[in-house]
Ligand binder design. Structure first.
Ligand SMILES: [Zn+2]
Length: 377
């Protein structure tokens, strides 16, 4: 493992991009000699490298950046069956991919990971000696050490120390994380919120996930449940939710809910795009469903903006367009339900992601621990 000053140097570059030795020393509050010693060690470890030379006034300076092939991380998503297992480089790019059956038995999961890992690493042999960790994303609550699954309805777990079970089986440092929080960490480390200190990520899929970064750190809350907007009541006395309450955001605005509403209306729509097409042709039921869902999501986002005053709301979605009726109503509802002085102040971006979003997020949890150390809190 790295020393804390080595981690600090990598973290500064991870947040700001390539820097000269002089700028790095200033950012870290160190003498240039002390900083250069740390950089030299990291270069010999292979995780840092010299990139371009900048010519300005005075002596030319060489920029230092993370070496994309200097460290690799495994990410596993327990959200789908088969479970995706990816190998990510130090830029967060996926360089190898496998799948394995998903089990609900933690010991079987550890066995399956240990069996599948050699196949994954065979695709990138140079990664074997530069593998610094395994991350696992799952649906449920995870403790702040990213070791113990406190509760997962999907997996039927309560207090399962999955990280240590996998570590024992593989001999590799392992960390687990809630799915939406893993995506937020991935966006902070490698994505579009790299230089944003306060933001919320809303993951829009069959269910709705949400996670917040506050002051540059993942905000977990007291029980690991911060940011679960899916079960905020958005329609009092509305439809029953799988959580036992009624009218949760998930029952109105999740992809699963939208598809169920379409089915109930007798519409043969299997995706958001289908429904948008129907709406654009004037189908009243399709218009009504997209209005109801978009309005509910927009209202929940307005609440997020009121509560946290974030610098950005990023919506990640695997399917669907966000420039149709659904996205337009969602944005209008968000704008209309915040205090006038907040209106238009918070960028609401949407980003289409591929099906590996959860596994990529999981790998970023291992990368985050390599860079920042355990527990982001
Ligand atoms: Zn609910």
């Amino acid at each position: 493992m790295l020393t804390s000053s080595q981690q600090q140097l990598l973290r500064v570059i991870s947040q700001s991009g390539p820097l000269s030795r002089t700028d790095l020393a200033t950012s870290m509050g160190l003498s240039k000699a002390a900083m250069s010693g740390i950089a030299r060690d990291l270069i010999s470890l292979g995780v840092l490298h010299e990139t371009e030379t900048i010519y300005g006034q005075g002596r030319p300076s060489i920029l230092l950046d993370l070496h994309p092939e200097g460290a690799f991380f495994v990410g596993i998503s327990l959200l789908e069956d088969p479970a995706a297992m990816v190998l990510s480089d130090f830029n967060g790019s996926i360089v190898a991919r496998q799948t394995m059956p998903r089990s609900r038995d933690p010991d079987v999961i550890a066995e399956l990971i240990a069996e599948t890992l050699p196949k994954l690493l065979a695709e990138r042999e140079d990664a074997v000696r530069k593998l610094y960790g395994i991350g696992i994303a799952l649906s449920g609550f995870v403790d702040e050490k990213q070791a113990n699954c406190v509760q997962s309805t999907l997996l039927g777990w309560k207090d399962v120390p999955l990280a240590s079970i996998v570590r024992q089986k593989t001999g590799i440092d392992t960390f687990i994380e809630n799915d939406a929080k893993a995506v937020a960490v991935s966006e902070k480390l490698f994505g579009s919120t790299r230089d944003v200190q306060n933001f919320s990520v809303v993951s829009f899929d069959d269910g709705i996930g949400c996670a917040h970064f506050v002051g540059g750190k993942l905000y977990r809350g007291n029980h690991g449940g911060a940011g679960e907007i899916a079960h905020c009541t958005i329609e009092p006395n509305g439809s029953p939710c799988r959580c036992g309450k009624r009218g949760c955001l998930d029952t109105v605005a999740s992809m699963k809910a939208i598809k169920e509403m379409a089915k109930a209306e007798g519409l043969a729509c299997s995706s958001l795009d289908d429904l948008e097409n129907e709406a654009s042709l004037g189908n009243a039921a399709a218009i009504r469903i997209l209005h109801r869902a978009g309005n509910a999501l927009g209202l929940a986002i307005a609440h997020l903006i009121q509560f946290n005053d974030p610098g950005m709301i990023l919506i990640t979605h695997v399917e669907g367009r966000f420039d149709g009726l659904f996205g337009t109503v969602m944005r209008q509802a968000a704008e209309a339900n915040v205090l006038p002085r907040y209106a238009g102040q918070t960028p609401i971006r949407n980003q289409r992601v591929d099906g590996d979003v959860w596994a990529r997020g999981a790998a970023s949890i291992a990368a985050h621990n390599f860079l920042i150390g355990p527990s982001p809190n």
